[in-house]
Write a protein that binds this ligand. Sequence first.
Ligand SMILES: [Mn+2]
Length: 317
Amino acid sequence: MTWSKLKETIESHDSFILSSHVNPDGDCICSQLALYWYICSLGKQAVIFNTNPVPSKFHFLENSDKIVTDHPSKKFDVLVILDASNPGRIGWEGYEEIASYIVNIDHHKDNSRFGHLNIINCDAAATSLMLYEFFQACSISYPSSIAETIYAGILTDTGGFAFSNTDKEVLRICAGLAELGADCSEIYRKIYSSYSTQGLKLRAKIWSTLKLYHNNRICSMEISTEQIDNLGIFYGDIEGMSDQALIGSDVEVGLFIKYSEDTTHFSLRSKGTVDVGKIAQAIPGGGGHTCAAGCTIDLPLDKAIEKMLAMIKEKLG
Ligand SMILES: [Mn+2]
């Protein structure tokens, strides 16, 4: 059984580095923090290293201040990559050299199984939910702070229990986490009602760029990296804007676009008629799920939008 293999791997090594994908979301951070807690609880050494910092809305999570963005100079026994489907997603170089054994725990269906130990469950609503399964399978009991962390990871990867990956099993697990001490409304408030003043001003700017295409079936909003930098906020603080592009009743595909002079990043959302994961995968380095995906096209904004709209229209018919 794979979970016992993970437990054995942790028990038989001493030092661990945990990493996840660029622009980390709630599931990245929460799955890392849950595993970090377990490794530390055994008296072993663990470092969490991500390319980008933790968005401020997740600062309430225990040990989120321990996550570093400086590439560690030392080597570790084991590298665990969580919630990332291929090494390109982690955004840093030299992952093969930093540890001799690589574990990948993930739920993306485009996973390339690049680890020595791959624990991949494409049916799991979140990687954090897989950590819940690990603790269950190995009878590992954990404090309420970790129930809160796992709950927060599931909450964010299901879009606040709104995406189609929310099912009775997810709700049952979350009810169990609430029983263990996760305060549902408090966690929701901290994550979803936590915008900084600058973040709100930026959101107003983004809303003003709304455009509709293809009989209102495609909606896009955009922001330049220059505007983001000028307001001095983290990319993660505008993470939820991609979901906002999908709230129109006629809209089937939503796009949230971040662009610089010659590079255009798309966060894609779908209500299910179009598999945006497939669209993102067609672009090198892109990927994701049926209803939520991302990719970067190395073209200026207008050319990149043209290319993206053509791909979506072809699928929408
Ligand atoms: Mn995830």
